[in-house]
Design a protein around this ligand. Structure first.
Ligand code: 2P0
Length: 358
């Protein structure tokens, strides 16, 4: 599939504005390792979140000098780092959206979660920009025949910005990467699961315990690259495919014991890959381990099927069904908050990006 389209050029260059909000997501089976142009080494599956959202407004106007000039404001303040990252992203897109070169952009973004929270914002941020660019195409070139076409291209574009961002284009539970058992899946974009998911997962909770909000020392992009020389990578990719297969069964059946086993195995394997890379790195903190031990003890003593997972960082995502919300949240308050920077974000599975009326 090739989205290059030389016809997407304005005859009359417009001035306008487009806005989207897009959520972050938490992977149940992790993407860690890639090849080529953002092709995942193994498929992944995630919950799209509801409250951890980036809002993005893109203002565009005719370019002053026939090249794309870009200003980026984060929380209303110019942000040179994000401007550079977005310019790099736009450079990758000039054959797909040649109109980019005809425009100057002012991009305003803010996150609904505290930006110091240490939650990965590249998934929400890049997916919001990707979908907004597709919206510009849609408004001025009228190229999309169906909603599916629109979202598939948005997911493809988001992937080029940040791999995990391609999963944030859809709500609920999303896969990315070729899965043998699901013939509609692709390495190039994320997909909604087209089978009936057990109702227990539709309103699943994710309470994010902020152990450390500092910037991590090794970026995910570098971490992915280190999988190339990791002696365990081959077995890891086999394991991920097996976990995908088992997770698909669990998503149908609602077997929460097996769900716990898979997601915790994935979280710890992700961090084991970091520890066994050359050079190795360690993103968990002592309080991350304390929380993990406490969650396992709580689960064993109460029988409540709460599990933990981790992103590429020290913060814990606690996953549990809605029916245990009160019990789990009071356990967090009484026993786990002490291990955090006094910050917990109670999120849950959400419905995906929404258009804003800027
Ligand atoms: C994931 N993570 O599946 C995994 C699990 C973090 C841990 O994808 O280089 O920001 O931009 O494609 O997507 C984080 O990596 O990396 C990530 P790039 P990305 O969510």
């Amino acid at each position: 599939m090739n989205y290059n389209n030389p016809n997407l050029v304005f005859k009359e260059i417009p001035t306008g504005k487009v806005g989207w909000c897009s959520p972050s997501n938490i992977a149940l089976v992790k993407y860690w390792g890639k090849t080529g142009i953002q092709i995942p080494a193994n498929p992944s599956i995630s919950f799209t979140l509801s409250k951890s959202i980036t809002e993005t407004i893109i203002n565009f106007s005719p370019s002053k000098n026939d090249r794309c000039n870009l200003d980026f404001y984060f929380d209303g303040i110019p942000n040179a780092k994000f401007a550079e990252k977005t310019s790099e992203f736009f450079k990758k897109l000039v054959d797909i959206f040649p109109f980019i070169k005809q425009l100057d952009f002012s991009i305003y973004t803010k996150n609904t979660f505290p930006h110091s929270a240490g939650i990965a914002s590249s998934a929400s941020g890049m997916s919001a920009i990707a979908i907004a660019l597709c919206d510009i195409e849609n408004q001025f070139f009228n190229t999309f025949h169906t909603e599916d076409e629109f979202y598939q291209k948005a997911s493809y574009i988001a992937r080029l910005g940040s791999g995990s961002a391609c999963r944030s284009i859809y709500g609920s539970i999303v896969s990315w990467g070729e899965i043998k058992e699901l013939d509609y899946t692709s390495n190039l974009w994320g997909s909604r699961l087209k089978f009936e998911v057990n109702p227990v997962f539709k309103d699943y909770h994710d309470s994010i315990l902020i152990v450390d909000s500092g910037e991590k020392k090794v970026s995910s992009t570098v971490g992915h690259g280190l999988m190339n020389n990791n002696p365990f990578s081959k077995s890891r990719f086999i394991q991920a495919n097996n976990n995908i297969k088992n997770l698909l069964d669990v998503l149908r059946s609602g077997d929460l014991e097996e769900f716990v086993t898979i997601v915790e195995n994935e979280a710890l394997t992700l961090h084991a890959m970091m520890m066994t890379s050359y050079p190795s790195f360690l993103l968990m903190k002592p309080n991350t381990i304390s929380i993990i031990e406490n969650i396992r003890e709580f689960r064993n003593s109460t029988g409540i099927p709460v599990s933990f997972t981790l992103d590429a960082g020290p913060n814990i995502h606690m996953l549990y069904p809605h029916s245990f919300k009160d019990k789990v949240q009071s356990f967090i308050e009484s026993s786990l908050k002490v291990f955090t920077q006094n910050e917990v974000i109670h999120d849950n599975v959400g419905s995906g990006p929404e258009k804003l009326q800027p």
